[in-house]
Design a protein around this ligand. Structure first.
Ligand SMILES: [Zn+2]
Length: 417
């Protein structure tokens, strides 16, 4: 993309937002606020949000999950059946349609999944089912810290349906492993904590929590690099302190704050029983369907990556190659965009993956401004066409972390592999 067409809307001046990560998202021109707890994503911001969704969907396909789509607007009926119209309480956005019927904007979709399969799934042979969707959730939460708690957010919510505990345990473990792979590939530091099921109900759940100084939950996390033990204030256990040995490996625990980035639940027959979803078993008996539910909050994941990896110059997007969600892979930065250097920059741009490249083609900017903007956006590589090129014909490749190497023209293509 040419910079003149990309419409970046970055800004140098601080916005004064209380959260450094959100401040950077504003300055990088990724998001716009629409009042308390509501955000829109700009052209650049949506590239990032969609890149995260793509990575998550890849992992879901790896474990054999298939995509579904459930309506955001629900009639009250299914929520009365599950009993959650009352238990969600003020957190649920409710409304009346023109015929006076009560409706809500779904804060969660367990009811929707049960309704989708009720009457379709009849036999144990129709199970297991593993499905997911990516879409908005609405919760009338007290808005907090930018993207961390909002009234509308994007969730990847997956669900599994089973005829036995063993089958549920298998899918639960498969999704847990998929989440571990995903967060490792995205370069996120995280631990896993047992958690309370609260309004979701069911038998067991675990939270994936990323240690972040400005996070919203209290967190004890193991300091051993290969141990993922964590313990939040939501955990059912209350016997641990910073002085306790890690229950998983005996290592040291560290106190701090964290951000919940994912939550996985074994729901058992909690929803099938109350809403009437059962299957015929081989011996002729009836079995209530067991369920699991697995969620990842997309915007808070983006916030977490910025919070864990940004430096004084701006955003950084970890992960190698295609695992990185950087909005562009490469900036082409000519010392000046005029005459000879502009012609060289244009010719190099033609050889690049244009969707992944940002060509600084604005003659008004100086090289310092171009560097600053590229770094603010966290673009991993800058191809500098300057004095070295004039003298020797070599291209200077600088990483986001300031390491420089000289490359030949024929090596550019490798950056996009
Ligand atoms: Zn440990």
């Amino acid at each position: 993309m040419r910079r003149s067409e990309a419409k970046l809307f970055t800004r140098r001046e601080p916005t004064g937002h209380e959260s450094r990560a959100v401040e950077l998202c504003f300055r990088a021109g990724l998001i716009r606020q629409f009042g308390s707890g509501l955000y829109g994503f700009t052209l650049t911001g949506e590239r990032l949000r969609q890149a995260l969704i793509d990575r998550i969907e890849n992992e879901m396909r790896e474990v054999g999950a298939q995509r579904i789509r459930l309506p955001q607007l629900n009639y009250r009926g299914i929520w009365d059946e599950s009993g959650r119209w009352e238990s969600f309480g003020d957190e649920m956005f409710t409304l009346e349609n023109r015929d006076g019927q009560q409706m809500c904007l779904a804060p969660s979709h367990e009811e929707g999944v049960v309704h989708l399969f009720e009457g379709l799934v009849r036999s144990y042979e129709d199970l297991p089912i593993l499905c997911y969707q990516v879409g908005p959730k609405h919760r009338d939460d007290h808005a907090r810290l930018g993207l961390l708690r909002t009234k509308e957010f994007t969730m990847k919510d997956a669900y599994s349906l089973h005829a036995s505990e063993e089958s549920l345990a298998e899918s639960y473990q498969a999704i847990k492993d998929a989440y571990i792979r995903l967060f490792e590939r995205l370069g996120i530091e995280f631990v896993i904590s047992d958690a309370d099921n609260s309004v979701m109900g069911g038998s067991a759940s675990e939270e994936f929590v990323a240690p972040v100084e400005t996070g919203t939950v209290k967190l004890l996390s193991c300091t051993e690099p290969d141990c993922r033990f964590g313990d939040t204030a939501d955990s059912p256990r209350d016997d641990l302190t910073e002085k306790s040995p890690c229950p998983a490996c005996g290592g040291e625990l560290r106190g701090g704050q964290g951000i919940e980035i994912a939550h996985i639940f074994k729901l058992g027959t909690r929803y099938a029983e109350s809403m009437g979803l059962s299957v015929d078993m081989a011996d002729g008996s009836q079995q209530n369907v067991l369920m699991g539910s697995y969620g990842i909050g997309i915007e808070r994941l983006l916030h977490t990556i910025v919070a864990q990896h940004a430096d004084d110059d701006g955003c950084r997007w970890p992960g190698e190659g295609s695992d990185s969600i950087a909005p562009y892979t490469l900036s082409i930065v000519p010392l000046e965009y005029d005459d000879e250097l502009a012609a060289v920059a244009d010719a190099l741009y033609e050889e690049c993956d244009k969707a992944e490249t940002l060509l600084f083609d604005d003659p008004e900017k100086n090289i310092g401004e171009r560097f600053a903007e590229s770094d603010l956006l966290g673009i991993p590589y800058k191809l500098v066409i300057g004095n070295t090129f004039r003298e020797t014909g070599e291209l200077e490749l600088e990483t986001r972390d300031g390491e420089t190497e000289y490359i030949r023209r024929s090596e550019i293509q490798q950056l996009f592999d």
